[in-house]
Design a protein around this ligand. Structure first.
Ligand code: ADP
Length: 339
């Protein structure tokens, strides 16, 4: 659905040296998926997402959306194609002097939608975002979350196939962020809209994304299914993002000391939340103490995913047997190391 082939973007200014914001980035977003791009500030995320609808013209490389090469298009064709790509921003970009209704209706009019069709479109999408009763309010009468809902309704009212989100929840508190992310999930499911979002928050990725790319210094350093990346991150920056959610590893000298007194098991498990009860069951069955040294379970979109480091006191436990027992208890272990 979205294909970026070897995109580079160099900003040249008279005052400063050239800035390479994107260096040979390739990315493919499939129809119907929610794809997240994460990276620290200055990584090139915003430039990347702005290249998809040619708000930023790449210095080189191809932007292909729905099979159409956008960078060779005439201005008129590009304008028509942009109707198919909605965008929401951190700062909402609402017209302050216009009502909620007009914030949606005016762009529809400018896009050439028939006048008699506009009221029903506005009503439909305000309903979708849960703001049907705010039609006559002005932006300064709305909360941040409500403003973002208006911006989402405005984007949806053009009935796009693709929604781009440029840090759409970064200015919102955690509760409102979750509500907006739920809304994006609903839009993705109900209307089949493909979503490409950029964020610096792992929480956003894990809550709604199917796949993720990690950016650093204008490059994509790692990408894949969110679950795969959480299970087996290769790059240090990716690990750092994930570690912000999971506790730090236990220092090696402590692990060495503990492993003298019984096995230490590191487990990564997917699709199950049965860590603690299962470990207590192991304790009971084998008549040993199991201590959880560190661990956490998070929800990756709709699947629980956990990491756990546990110490089994005493060396009379056969760890293979204990792991087999855990699996029997329904723990889907995806990775394990025993020391
Ligand atoms: P991110 O969204 O990850 O914070 P950006 O894409 O905004 O990163 O920026 C990537 C790099 O490009 C940064 O070094 C930034 O300063 C630079 N940059 C972005 N836009 C411009 C611009 N219009 N002119 C000059 N440099 C820019």
């Amino acid at each position: 659905m979205i294909q970026l082939n070897n995109i580079s973007k160099v900003f040249s200014t008279k005052k400063h040296d050239d800035v390479v914001a994107l260096a040979n980035v390739s990315l493919e977003v499939k129809k119907g998926e929610i794809f997240g791009v994460i990276g620290y500030s200055g990584a090139g995320k915003s430039t990347l997402v702005r290249c998809v609808n040619l708000l930023e013209k790449p210095t080189s490389g191809d932007v292909i959306v729905n099979g159409q090469h956008l960078n060779d298009m005439s201005k008129e064709d590009l304008r028509a194609n942009r109707q198919n790509i909605g965008m929401i921003f951190q700062g909402f970009n609402l017209l302050k002097t216009a009502t909620v209704y007009d914030n949606i209706a005016i762009p529809l009019k400018l896009a050439g939608v028939a006048t008699n069709e506009i009221p029903q479109r506005v009503d439909k999408y305000l309903q979708v975002v849960g703001l049907a009763n705010k039609k006559d309010d002005f932006p300064n009468q709305l909360s941040g979350g409500q403003k973002q809902r208006v911006a989402i309704a405005r984007a949806l009212s053009h009935e796009p196939d693709i929604l781009l989100s440029d840090e759409a929840t970064s200015a919102l508190d955690p509760e409102t962020t979750d509500a907006i992310l739920e809304l994006l999930l609903k839009i993705n499911k109900e209307f089949g809209i493909t979503i490409l979002l950029i964020t610096h928050e792992m929480h956003v990725i894990q809550k709604i994304c199917d796949r993720v790319a990690v950016m650093e210094n204008g490059e994509i350093i790692e990408q894949g299914d969110v679950i795969d990346l959480y299970s087996n991150a290769k790059n240090e920056t990716t690990k750092r993002f994930i570690q912000s959610i999971f506790p730090h590893d236990i220092p090696n000298d402590i692990l060495d000391e503990l492993s003298q007194k019984g096995p230490v098991i590191s487990l990564t498990f997917v699709g199950t939340s049965a860590n603690k009860p299962a470990l207590s069951a192991v304790s009971k069955k084998f008549n040993v103490h199991t201590n959880i040294l560190s661990g956490n379970i998070v929800q990756l979109k709709d699947k629980p995913f956990g990491k756990l480091i546990a110490h089994i006191e005493g060396d009379k436990v056969d760890t293979d047997q204990a792991l087999a027992y855990l699996r029997d208890e329904g723990v889907q272990i995806s990775e394990v190391t025993v020391s």
